[in-house]
Design a protein around this ligand. Structure first.
Ligand code: NAD
Ligand code: TYD
Length: 358
C-alpha cells in the first residue's frame, strides 16, 4: 500500500486559521475516513467559524490548546494515535511582528520546538515507523529579499530573514531540519509564497483591500507600491501540501509558488477593477480613487519569487489557478460571507489598525 492509500490520524495545528482551515476542509474532503484532529489556541487569528461546516463530521476533533503545552501534546499524540502532523500554528503577520515580536518567538520558535520534541519521543516509542510524517509549513520570507533581476528563491538559497516574523520562522525551519539530521525524525519543510483565498484574516493585503473597498475606506499602499510578491491560491497550496505529505521525502525542503509575481500597486489596481465589476453599490466608484500611498513598513522586503522546479519535477505538482480566476473566487467569497468578516472588525482590530496605519 502506498503512503497516500493508508488511513492516517492527522494532527493539524493552527487548523482554525486561514491556511490551516482550508487544509482541514481539503483533507476531510479527500480522505473522509482519516481521523482529523485540530489543535488551535484560538488567538485573534483563529476562528471556530472557519470549521463550522465540519464540526460534527465523523472522525473530526477540535482541541483548543497551545503548541507550547508539552503535557497536552504528549497526551494528544498518544491518545489520538497520530501518524502525521501538519504544523501550521504560528503568529503569521509581519506588521504585528514589528509591533510586538514576543509572541512570534514564543509560538513560532518555542512552540515548534515543543511539538518537534514531543513528536520525537512519541515516534521513538512507536518504533520509529518510517511512514510517520512531521510537515513543517513555512514561508519564502526566510530567504530574505530579492532585487528585480535576481533569480527566484530555490531550496538552496541561503537563509537571510529580515523581519521578526521571518526570523522566527527561520528558527523553526532550522529546528525541523536538525531533528531529521540528528534524530532521523521524518520532518519535511515547505516554503511557500503569499497565499490568498477564503477565510483570510483582514489584516493581510488582499482581504484588507477588499473590505476597505466595501466600506469606502482608504486603501493603504506601503511606500512606492513597487514591492513584488508571488501569489498562491490557498487551494493550490493545500494540494501541494497533500502531495508533499504523500510523496515527499523526509529531510527534504520543497518550495511552493503560484507563478504569479505582481507589484503591490498593480495587484491593488486589479482588485479595484474586479471589485467595481463584482460588488454592487460600492460607496466609492471607481474604487481605485481610494488608493493612498502611506509610510513604508520598516525593513520592507522588496521582492519575493519562488522557483518551484523541485516540487514539479520530483513530485509532479504545479499550481492550477490563474491570478485573475483566484481573485474572482476570493472576492466572491468575501461578498457572500460578510457575516464571517464583519465580527472580525472588532475593537482589538481597530486598535491594531490605528497602531499600523495611524
Ligand atoms: P493564521 O495567522 O491565519 O493562523 C494561525 C493559526 O494558528 C490561528 O488559528 C491561531 O489561533 C493558531 N495559533 C497561533 N498561536 C498558536 C499557539 N501557540 N498554539 C496553537 N495554535 C496557535 O496563519 P496562516 O496565514 O494560516 O498561516 C499558516 C502557516 O503558514 C503559518 O505557519 C505561516 O507562517 C505559514 N505561511 C503563511 C503564508 C500566508 O500567506 N498566509 C505564507 C507562507 C507561510
Ligand atoms: P502582507 O499581506 O502583509 O504579506 P507579507 O508581508 O507577508 O508579504 O503584505 C503583502 C504586501 O503588501 C507586502 O509587500 C506589504 C504590502 N502591504 C501594503 O502595501 N499595505 C497594507 O496595508 C498591507 C497589509 C500590506
Amino acid at each position: 500500500m502506498s503512503l497516500s492509500e493508508e488511513k492516517k490520524s492527522i494532527l493539524i495545528t493552527g487548523g482554525a486559521g486561514f491556511i490551516g482551515s482550508n487544509f482541514v476542509h481539503h483533507w476531510c474532503k479527500n480522505y473522509p475516513d482519516d481521523q482529523v484532529v485540530v489543535l488551535d489556541a484560538l488567538t485573534y487569528a483563529g476562528n471556530r467559524e472557519n470549521l463550522a461546516n465540519i464540526k460534527d463530521k465523523k472522525h473530526f476533533k477540535f482541541i483548543q490548546g497551545d503548541i507550547c503545552d508539552r503535557p497536552l501534546i504528549d497526551k494528544l499524540l498518544k491518545e489520538e494515535k497520530i501518524t502525521t502532523i501538519a504544523h501550521f500554528a504560528a503568529e503569521s503577520h509581519v506588521d504585528r511582528s514589528i509591533i510586538g515580536p514576543d509572541a512570534f518567538i514564543q509560538t513560532n520558535v518555542i512552540g515548534s520546538f515543543t511539538l518537534l520534541e514531543s513528536f520525537r519521543h512519541y515516534w521513538n516509542e512507536q518504533g520509529k515507523l518510517k511512514d510517520y510524517r512531521f510537515l513543517h509549513v513555512s514561508t519564502d520570507e526566510v530567504y530574505g529579499s530579492l532585487e528585480a533581476d535576481d533569480p527566484a528563491f530555490s531550496e538552496t538559497t541561503p537563509y537571510a530573514p529580515n523581519s521578526p516574523y521571518s526570523a522566527s520562522k527561520a528558527g523553526s525551519d532550522h529546528l525541523a531540519r536538525a531533528y531529521f539530521h540528528t534524530y532521523n525524525v521524518p520532518t519535511i519543510i515547505t516554503n511557500c509564497s503569499n497565499n490568498y483565498g477564503p477565510y483570510h484574516f483582514p489584516e493581510k493585503l488582499i482581504p484588507l483591500m477588499c473590505i476597505n473597498i466595501l466600506l469606502g475606506k482608504p486603501l493603504p499602499v506601503y511606500g512606492d507600491g513597487q514591492n513584488i510578491r508571488d501569489w498562491l491560491y490557498v487551494g493550490d497550496h493545500c494540494s501541494a501540501l497533500e502531495t508533499v505529505i504523500n510523496k515527499g521525502k523526509p529531510g527534504e525542503t520543497y518550495n511552493i509558488g503560484g507563478n504569479n509575481e505582481v507589484k503591490n500597486i498593480d495587484l491593488v489596481t486589479i482588485l479595484c477593477s474586479l471589485m467595481d465589476e463584482l460588488a454592487p453599490d460600492l460607496p466609492v466608484k471607481p474604487s481605485k480613487e481610494l488608493i493612498t500611498f502611506v509610510k513604508d513598513r520598516p525593513g520592507h522586503d522588496r521582492r519575493y519569487a519562488i522557483d518551484a522546479t523541485k516540487i514539479k519535477t520530483e513530485l509532479g505538482w504545479t499550481p492550477q489557478e490563474t491570478l485573475e480566476k483566484g481573485l474572482r473566487k476570493t472576492i466572491e467569497w468575501y461578498l457572500n460571507n460578510q457575516s464571517w468578516w464583519q465580527p472580525l472588525l472588532s475593537k482589538d482590530y481597530q486598535e491594531y489598525y490605528q497602531k499600523v496605519y495611524g
